[in-house]
Design a protein around this ligand. Structure first.
Ligand code: NSS
Length: 460
């Protein structure tokens, strides 16, 4: 692949002891990428590169620079015999993360990080970088304060590339299978997932909330489009910071008319399997860089995933000595213990109605439970999807709304959907960062999003 751009650079120089910027026309019209030229095919060829200084040292009249661009890294060597003593001296003091452009020849070099290096013929600094604030060994809060710079790190870059492929495959699955993409609102009037995690916002003279889930709107849209999906930010005012909760996350949601719970679980498992397959296909080097166990991921490609009922989950936990009773919710700890029983994602279904949202349909023949399902990722990760068959009967839905202490007036429009041609229907929501966290093998959800938001942090 070649990148053809003709670009004028502003270059810094000095004039009467003042630093001024002049426009320097760069002679290169084709720019190579660091990762593509690390190949025998390029040995002996002259290439142009541009990027940022990842590492550098000057020894014996040579500047060894590791250049970083969006594709990866490559070592470049500027020898004073080729570029002049002054250039090499300039690089001795140049800060990490300064931006540079260069032209040089590709050479095989087993001692270089990628096995190849570039012998520089021309090199220029584009943007200086003095005292880059991240030097290594800083604490997490400091790094979060400098997140705008920390996202340049290789680790976060590789994770963002994996996320790109997760998003691309997620969209691709629905597009290939003829689901309609829709655009629900983010400003909403009422709760979907309980009032405790609602974010209020001032909405002109009134109070509104940031959306927790597009579900109720997707439900309205199935009456015309039947099978719909959306990818939107969702917001949860989670009171405490945990490894797997964000205040703002990306939510991939699906809703379809005529689907029962089992039909929707099949969509959910096919979607996850498809995404994992695409990531394995496209992100080998990223997964390897992160030290991810590829075989563990491969097992998630095969469907169907195992299914257990909530009742069985409780039995398993009790057998393992967990102090839990029927009716209790499964928290992160319980989920982690359950994941030890499976080597791939698995469903837990038929939860007690009191621990699930008002919109879930009661299980026929067992009104203590609902037709709800969670998909749990293995290896300790836990819930990545929550879904259900929806209550489609007007009276039973109204009953549930009242039972959960919600104000029926807030849900008049939603109840209308059960008045005018109600149909059986189901849906689910997948937390993109939860999925990325498991696929990339991260120990904290904050690294699955470039600018994480949780309680007590909104900057940068
Ligand atoms: O609350 S959910 O379990 N379910 C819903 O919101 C449904 N209304 C979705 C639907 O049926 N259309 O959230 C769904 C998923 C859940 O499984 C997690 O993967 C993710 O959303 N989720 C979160 N990710 C990150 N941070 C937080 N706080 C969070 N809360 C949920």
């Amino acid at each position: 692949m070649r990148y053809k751009h003709i670009i004028l650079f502003y270059n810094k120089t000095s004039y009467n002891n003042l630093e001024v910027y002049v426009i320097v026309p760069i002679t290169c019209t084709e720019w190579s990428k660091a990762s593509e030229i690390s190949s025998d095919k390029y040995v002996g060829k002259t290439v142009c590169l541009r990027g940022w200084i990842y590492r550098r040292r000057v020894i014996g009249g040579k500047a060894f620079i590791v250049l970083r661009d969006s594709s990866g890294i490559i070592q470049v060597v500027a020898d004073k015999r080729d570029v002049g003593e002054e250039k090499v001296r300039e690089f001795k003091d140049i800060g990490l993360e300064a931006s540079i452009v260069l032209k040089g020849k590709v050479v095989k070099q087993p001692r270089a990080p990628t096995g190849y290096e570039v012998h520089v013929e021309e090199i220029d600094i584009v943007g200086y970088s003095r005292d880059f604030p991240i030097k290594g060994g800083e604490g997490i809060e400091y790094l979060l304060d400098n997140r705008h710079l920390w996202i340049r790190s290789r680790r976060l870059t590789e994770i963002m590339k994996i996320k790109h492929h997760v998003l691309k495959a997620g969209r691709g699955y629905f597009i290939e299978n003829d689901w309609w993409e829709v655009t629900p609102p983010i400003l909403t009037a009422s709760a979907v997932e309980g009032g405790a995690t609602l974010f209020p916002v001032k909405y002109f003279e009134k109070k509104a909330y940031l959306s927790q889930s597009a579900q109720l709107y997707l439900e309205a849209l199935i009456f015309s489009l039947e099978k719909v999906w959306s990818l939107t930010p969702s917001f949860r005012a989670e009171k405490s910071r945990t490894r797997r909760h964000l205040a703002e996350y990306w939510h991939l949601e699906a809703e379809a008319a005529w689907y029962n719970m089992e039909g929707m679980m099949r969509v959910a498992e096919e979607l996850v399997s498809y995404i994992v397959e695409k990531v394995l296909e496209n992100c080998r080097s990223q997964l390897e860089f992160l030290g991810r166990d590829i075989n563990a991921l491969k097992r998630a490609v095969e469907v169907p995933y195992p299914r257990i009922k909530y009742d069985e989950a409780i039995e398993i936990l009790q057998r393992k000595g967990v102090n839990i009773e029927w009716g209790d919710d499964l928290g992160a700890d319980e989920e982690r213990i359950l994941t030890q029983e499976f080597d791939r994602p698995f469903f837990v279904t038929h939860f007690p109605k009191d621990i699930k949202s008002f919109y879930m349909k009661l299980t026929p023949g067992d009104p203590r439970t609902v037709l709800g399902f969670d998909l749990l990722a293995p290896e300790g990760y836990g819930e990545i999807i929550g879904g259900s068959e929806r209550e489609d009967d007007y009276n039973r839905l109204l009953e549930k709304i009242k039972e959960q202490g919600l104000n029926p007036e807030d849900y008049t429009w939603y109840l209308d959907l059960r008045k005018y041609g109600s149909v059986p229907h189901s849906g689910f929501g997948l937390g993109i960062e939860r999925l990325v966290m498991w696929i990339a093998g991260l120990d904290h959800i904050r690294d699955a999003i470039p600018f994480p938001r949780f309680r007590g942090r909104i900057y940068p």
